[in-house]
Structures are given as structure tokens and as C-alpha cells.
Design a protein around this ligand. Structure first.
Ligand SMILES: [Zn+2]
Length: 591
């Protein structure tokens, strides 16, 4: 494994020098082989050929679900069962926090990638704690508030620590969790929600101490926040905290309330990071529901290969695209058949005790796979390079922008067409690929000539993104990508690369409000998160030939240097593959 570049770098969050991670990666390789042997022959070939990519194959022959939105409301407000122990609704905030992390940790062993929780599910319990304190200390409100804040601070901190220190060997590293924070006026406990959100932001800004006591940015939990109009006035202090947090920790990410409502039937909900937003679904009473739901898996198309294979005309390109999409569809159907007939008791916490459903032990999960309840994602990589091949110009030119939109619309149409065939929630997914952009490029390079410079770099551009080398300002980038977000609204993400804005937080706030008007989902990337434990330098470390160095004291001991970057969505501390590393170095600043 030590010599296998692919195994070592397939995901930058896997540090394969660690014993438990190496064991997990070895197991993954074995399961991946099993999946490869079980896939339909043409799908296997296309995957091995890198014209499509079946993501997370090491889970595919087992009935694991992908990312999900945990129904924390139901689990906390009613009851759940863990390891045959019945757990009733908590009576204190501290118990609710503890139970939440236990739930996330358990679910980590039952699904792959992200578990997203809504933070407002905890608000009611903060009020319960307040009520209980008031019962005891009825004559001193100041003391009540002080004790309540002590409990809040201690338990938010505990949740942070637990998220970062409970390492699951099942998931090879941290517990992948997203905390979704929203201040909606419809929330009956909004006062308490705001208290929790503010505390989360304050602690995230402070950072977590590393082994040498230096506070630093941590990847987990990932924070995602709804950008809603009340942050402009009523809750502007929370907005200030969020902006400061973004400038220091590159999070929270923003979900625009305006765009969510516009694109999703006036609804607003959170993503199952990083496997997409959920699609529209109504229960028997016509109510839309966006939690208690999940993703089944992702397959992405190498659009550059489609362009390289197309000999002359657009028609050739679209014919090839359709045939690749058909292969993805076949892979998806394979996946759905693996999940079918799974009995609820095989993952009781998920399917019997509230995280996804409340079924009987012998019930199957088949009904959850159908009718848009869960999504099945069709991803795409490399529109920019595909256009370079076909037209000689990239996505950033107005002239060819329209062609790129046409490609994304066609892919969306394929999804809709499939849902008419089999209603399994096929949805379009702007892949935030990490390894795939490098491997697609490497494999195409082995067999094709360098057309219009597509192989001048070791990576392809993700989904509909404007390539990272294009000098473009943040506003224009958000504006151009927004058109694609509208079509690819089941998953889309726009990045803005920022230089130091710590002295100009107003600019960051203005840009956030511009994003509110244009984009469903956006992230701001800052380079200031590296830390040297020897001289307390905080900014960006020097990287050369995979070696790190502090530019201030020239420390090179890896244990003392924390390197933290956003590679393609979440933060990571391990260096990524060669292609993605090159991409990172070539990114231009947008503000
Ligand atoms: Zn240093």
C-alpha cells in the first residue's frame, strides 16, 4: 500500500500511514474488487477505462446508504433505541447534545460519508434546561442565565471535542458530520437556536488546540448556514460572528434562503453534504419533507472523454454523452438492486429507531428507494475542458457559455427521462470531485493528443466551474456559475478564493449578500489556516515536492506543521493527489 499512489491518495482525508486507516483502505480495496466483479460488464469496463466513475465503490455491494439528513427532531423529541437500550426524550440540553453525538457516531457505521443534523433540533432542550434552572433558582434570573450559558458553552465544546476525537475505524477517520444552522422566524425556539448558533460560531472562531496547544481550524464539524434576510437586521450580531468565522475558518458555507425558495417550491432545507440536496417529495398529506431522507450513490461522467471521442459534430458528442449516461443508469440500477430487500433490522437505528424511518424489524426499505424519497445522483466532471476540445474556448467566454448550459440541461433532461422509466429520484449532481479530476485527466492523457492545452495541467475542472486559473472577480464568477446552479440545483457549489479579508470584513459580508441574490450554495476559501507549532506562525505554509516548511522559522517537522485547505468542499489536513495539488497551487484569487 505504501507504494500505491492511488490507494494512498484516493481521498485526502485518509492518512494511510495510520494503522487503522491502512486496515480500512485494505478492506475497501477488497470490497471494491467484489463490486467490480459484480457490476455489469460494460459498466465495469467504462469505470476501469475512466470514461465514467462509480464513486465509493467500496460500499456498493453492501446495503449501506450514502449521505443523509438525520431526523434528529423525531429521535430527540420521541424516543430511540441504541444497542437495545431504549432512550427517552432528553430533559436537559446536556443530555440532548450527548445523545446527538452518540447518534451521529453510531450512524457513521451504518452509512457512508456525511450525516447532517439541524442544530435547531437542540433548541427546545436549551429551553428545558432554562425552565429547570428557574424552578430551582426562582429569585435570581441573572444566575439562571449565567448557569444556562455555562451549560451551553460546556456542551457545545463537548460536541466539538467528541466530533473530532471519536474516531470510527468504520469510516477510517473523523465522524463526517455537518451542522446546519438556520434562524427562521417560524422556529418557535428561535431565541435558543440563536444562542446555540452564536456559541458554535464563537468556538469555531477560537479554533481547537492542536497537540502543541496552538488553536487551529478543524475540518469537522462542517458548518453550513442559511443566509436569511433576518441576519441583515434583527440578528446582525450573528451575521458578524458568521463573517468573522468565514474569514478565519473558511466556514460556515452559505445556503441562500432566496434561491432555495425560488428553486425548491418555496421550501428551504439543507444539503446532505456532500452528496447533494434532496429532491422534491411529498407525503400522503401533501407535505414536503426534507429530512429523514438520504442518497443512494453517485456515478459521474467524464465529459472530456465524451468530447475526445466525438469525432466531428455536436451530434457525435451528444450521442456519446447519452451512451455514457446510459451506463451510469445501469450502474445506478445495480446499486438500487443491492439496496432492495434490505430489512430494517439490519441497520436498526437508521430504519427502525428514527434516523431515517420507524419501521418494523422485518419490513424492507424498498419504499424508501422509490418515488423520489431518496436521490440517485448523476455527476459530471470537466465541462471547461470538454469545451476546449470541441470549441477551443473555455466556459468563461460568453460565446460558449450557452453551449455549456446546453450540456448541463441535457444531463438534467436525462435524469428526468430516467425517472419516467424508474422513479428512483435520479438527480443531477455537479460533482465536487477530488481524485476523479486527476485520474480522468491522467487516463485521457495516455490515449489522446493534447487538444487545445487540456493536458497542460494534471487535472480537469470540476462540474460547471470556471477553471481555477481564470482571472475573474468574485461577483462575475458567482454570477456566471449561478446560471448552472439553477439547472443543477440538486447539487451545486460555487467557490470564491479570497485573499486576506480580516481587515475588510464588510467586503466579505457584501459578497455574501450578493451570493444570497444569485447562488443557492457557495463557499469562501481562505489560505490562512496553516499553523506552525514551533513559532506560532499562522497563514500559509510553503509546500515543495510534498514537503512542508514554515516560511517564518523554516520548521520542516511534519508533526509540528498543520496544513489545512479546502480541496473540494470540506477542509483537509493531508496533501491531496498530484493533480489536485497542482490545481490548488494554480488557483487565482477572486477577491
Ligand atoms: Zn514556524
Amino acid at each position: 500500500m505504501d507504494n500505491d499512489e492511488w490507494m494512498k491518495r484516493s481521498n485526502s482525508n485518509k492518512n494511510t500511514t495510520l494503522i487503522w486507516t491502512s486496515r480500512c483502505v485494505a478492506t475497501e480495496e477488497y470490497v471494491k474488487q467484489l463490486t467490480l466483479e459484480s457490476l455489469p460488464e460494460d459498466v465495469r469496463q467504462a469505470h476501469e477505462d475512466w470514461s465514467i466513475y462509480v464513486h465509493d465503490m467500496w460500499w456498493w455491494v453492501m446495503p449501506f446508504i450514502n449521505c443523509m439528513n438525520i431526523n434528529l427532531y423525531d429521535m430527540l423529541d420521541n424516543w430511540t433505541v441504541m444497542n437495545w437500550i431504549k432512550i427517552e426524550s432528553p430533559k436537559w440540553f446536556l443530555t440532548a447534545c450527548n445523545l446527538t453525538i452518540q447518534i451521529i457516531f453510531w450512524i457513521t457505521s451504518m452509512c457512508y460519508w456525511w450525516k447532517t443534523i439541524p442544530i435547531d433540533a437542540l433548541s427546545k432542550y436549551l429551553k428545558l434546561s432554562e425552565d429547570k434552572l428557574r424552578e430551582k433558582i426562582w429569585d435570581n434570573e441573572e444566575l439562571v442565565q449565567k448557569l444556562l450559558y455555562d451549560e451551553l458553552r460546556a456542551w457545545v465544546q463537548t460536541m466539538f471535542y467528541q466530533t473530532l476525537t471519536l474516531i470510527s475505524s468504520q469510516d477510517w477517520q473523523w465522524v463526517f458530520s455537518t451542522w446546519y444552522m438556520a434562524l427562521l422566524d417560524s422556529d418557535p425556539y428561535i431565541k435558543y437556536t440563536k444562542m446555540i448558533i452564536d456559541e458554535i460560531l464563537r468556538q469555531k472562531i477560537k479554533g481547537m488546540p492542536n497537540a502543541y496547544w496552538i488553536p487551529h481550524s478543524t475540518a469537522m464539524p462542517k458548518l453550513v448556514m442559511l443566509l436569511s434576510p433576518n441576519l441583515k437586521d434583527k440578528y446582525h450580531d450573528t451575521m458578524d460572528l458568521a463573517i468573522e468565522c468565514i474569514s478565519k475558518r473558511s466556514m460556515p458555507d452559505w445556503v441562500s434562503e432566496k434561491k432555495m425558495r425560488e428553486y425548491h417550491h418555496w421550501n428551504v432545507f439543507w444539503p446532505m453534504w456532500c452528496r447533494s440536496f434532496l429532491s422534491d417529495w411529498k407525503d400522503e398529506n401533501g407535505n414536503r419533507k426534507y429530512w429523514w431522507r438520504f442518497n443512494k450513490g453517485v456515478v459521474s461522467i467524464n465529459l472530456v472523454r465524451c468530447a475526445l471521442e466525438a469525432k466531428e459534430t455536436w451530434q457525435d458528442f451528444y450521442d456519446i454523452l447519452r451512451s455514457k449516461a446510459e451506463l451510469c443508469y445501469k450502474a445506478h440500477m445495480f446499486r438500487i438492486n443491492v439496496l432492495k430487500w434490505t430489512k430494517a433490522e439490519r441497520a436498526a437505528l437508521l430504519f427502525m429507531y428514527g434516523a431515517i424511518s420507524r419501521k418494523w424489524a422485518d419490513d424492507t426499505i424498498d419504499d424508501l428507494l422509490e418515488g423520489w424519497y431518496s436521490t440517485t445522483s448523476l455527476g459530471y466532471v470537466g465541462i471547461h475542458e470538454a469545451l476546449l476540445v470541441l470549441l477551443g474556448k473555455g466556459i468563461e467566454t460568453d460565446e460558449w457559455h450557452a453551449e455549456a448550459l446546453k450540456i448541463v440541461k441535457t444531463l438534467r433532461w436525462y435524469c428526468e427521462e430516467r425517472n419516467e422509466r424508474h422513479n428512483y429520484g435520479f438527480s443531477l449532481y455537479a460533482t465536487p470531485a477530488e481524485t476523479t479530476v486527476y485520474h480522468f485527466n491522467t487516463k485521457d492523457r495516455e490515449r489522446y493528443e493534447n487538444v487545445n492545452g487540456i493536458f497542460d495541467h494534471k487535472y480537469y475542472t470540476n462540474s460547471f466551474h470556471i477553471n481555477v486559473r481564470t482571472p475573474i472577480d468574485a461577483i462575475s464568477k458567482l454570477e456566471k456559475e449561478a446560471e448552472f446552479q439553477k439547472i443543477s440545483s440538486w447539487w451545486c457549489i460555487s467557490f470564491v478564493e479570497c485573499w486576506d479579508l480580516s481587515k475588510n470584513l464588510k467586503a466579505l459580508e457584501d459578497l455574501s449578500w450578493y451570493m444570497y441574490e444569485t447562488s443557492q450554495y457557495a463557499e469562501f476559501n481562505f489560505r490562512n489556516m496553516d499553523v506552525c507549532s514551533t513559532c506560532w506562525f499562522v497563514w500559509e505554509l510553503l509546500i515543495k515536492n510534498e514537503k512542508r516548511c514554515c516560511p517564518q522559522c523554516w520548521e520542516t517537522d511534519l508533526r509540528k506543521l498543520v496544513w489545512t485547505k479546502r480541496i473540494c468542499g470540506y477542509l483537509t489536513t493531508n496533501l491531496p493527489n498530484k493533480g489536485k495539488m497542482e490545481e490548488l497551487n494554480e488557483r487565482v484569487y477572486h477577491i
